[in-house]
Ligand binder design. Structure first.
Ligand SMILES: *Cc1c(COP(=O)(O)O)cnc(C)c1O
Length: 393
């Protein structure tokens, strides 16, 4: 038996940890050392030149980080994986490695706020043409790609209105142009969706979210085609945004329960969405698991679960929203997502803080929208807290 043919719950626990660990440790040791020392100059040279296995310096590789990379690689089914200090480091290092002045990139309007900043502010400065298409318009995505491009950058489900992109269709269009497809799989997690299995070249995650799952460590990961990941590795080596051994340890500890958490969060997401859908004080619910979501059929095809992220707009104005949020207990009012604790927040202080109300309206984000990240608490308790808060507004 090999680890490759084990189920995701088994890989979450054992991936990268199949072989005996240093000192016979049963859990991955934190190797908190910047350099690695050698008695033998020839051995040192062989490792330094890549002719033998080993470590030289933790800006290149580190044994604790190695295990995190291998676990993520196995879960996404890629050829190679490298870790970063944050999700944004993974995304920016990948884009700045691959793109050159004169290149064109196609993406969608609803990418994560930090990613949008790269598209709107940074890439144009180095002479890269950026074409951002309406996220829910599959024909427009195909059209934009068919004009020719170096990279197609996708994210599904999106933040904060849970739009779904048909991965197979967009990747097929990208392949016709020999474009490299990158997919941000943070919201779905490798438990619910594997973009590489649909032909994507690269997958990125903010490991800060579901992979770690405990809101106690920042991290990012890039997984996919060996040669592309190797190129980004060489960029990372110099750019220096590496994952620390201690953060890798925390993320690994969190990942042991990845499958358990996601199964629970999938179930809670569905239950909370169904409760909100029928609530008289709710205007709209955004959740790909609901049959009336405009891309429910696509989500059903490409995802094994619909996830623990949803959003909803409440009837009233921003003052109503403020009162509603103020009444909620056992819910963090915070910017992150994907934690064991439930989190809530409006896009105006979380994902789209850098936009004006007009820009948010243009993106179809109502000012009374709340993004809700289901934790692993009891779903009925969460619903009771929402009900109590609704009664006050
Ligand atoms: C949070 C997030 C990022 C950025 O990750 P950091 O770890 O905060 O740098 C990128 N994409 C998505 C979808 C995210 O939710």
């Amino acid at each position: 038996m090999t680890i490759e043919n084990q189920k995701p719950s088994t890989v979450s626990v054992w991936g990268g940890e199949e072989k005996p660990l240093a000192f016979g440790a049963a859990q991955v040791p934190i190797v908190q050392s910047a350099p690695f020392a050698y008695d033998n100059m020839d051995e040192w040279a062989a490792v330094a030149l890549g002719q033998a296995q080993g470590h030289i310096y933790s800006r290149n590789t580190n044994p604790t980080v190695d295990v995190f990379e291998e676990k993520c690689r196995l879960l996404e089914g890629g050829e190679k994986a490298i870790a970063f200090a944050s999700g944004m480091a993974a995304i920016s290092n990948s884009l700045f490695t691959i793109l050159r002045p004169g290149d064109r990139i196609v993406s969608v309007k609803d990418t994560y706020g930090g990613t949008s900043r790269i598209f709107l502010d940074m890439l144009p400065k180095i002479g890269v043409e950026v074409d951002l298409v309406a996220t829910d318009d599959s024909d427009a995505i195909d059209d934009a790609i068919s004009k020719g491009c170096k990279v197609v950058y996708l994210e599904t489900p999106t933040n904060p209105t849970l739009k779904i992109i048909d991965l197979k269709r967009a990747i097929a269009s990208a392949k016709k142009q020999n474009a490299i497809t990158i997919v941000d799989n943070t919201f779905a997690t490798p438990i619910n969706q594997n973009p590489l299995s649909f032909g994507a070249d690269l997958v990125v995650h903010s490991a800060t979210k579901y992979l770690g799952g405990h809101d106690d460590a920042m991290g990012g990961i890039l997984i996919g085609n060996h040669d592309l990941v190797q190129e980004v590795y060489e960029y990372r080596e110099i750019a220096g945004a590496v994952l620390s051994a201690f953060s890798a340890y925390l993320l690994l500890r969190g990942m042991k329960t990845l499958d358990l958490r996601i199964q629970k969060q999938n179930a809670t997401g569905m239950k909370v969405a169904e409760y909100l859908k029928d609530h008289p004080k709710v205007e709209n619910v955004y959740y790909p698991g609901l049959p009336d979501h405009p891309k429910h059929d696509v989500a059903k095809r490409q995802m094994r679960g619909f996830g623990g992220m949803l959003s909803f707009s409440i009837k009233g104005d921003f003052e109503t929203l403020k009162r509603f949020v103020g009444e909620l207990e056992f819910v963090h009012k915070a910017a992150s997502l994907g934690s064991v604790n439930t989190l809530i927040g409006p896009p105006s202080t979380t994902s789209h803080v850098e936009c004006t109300p007009e820009q948010r309206a243009e993106l179809g984000i109502p000012e009374t929208l709340l993004r809700y990240s289901c934790g692993i608490e009891d779903a009925d308790d969460l619903i009771a807290q929402l009900e109590k808060a609704f009664a006050q507004v």
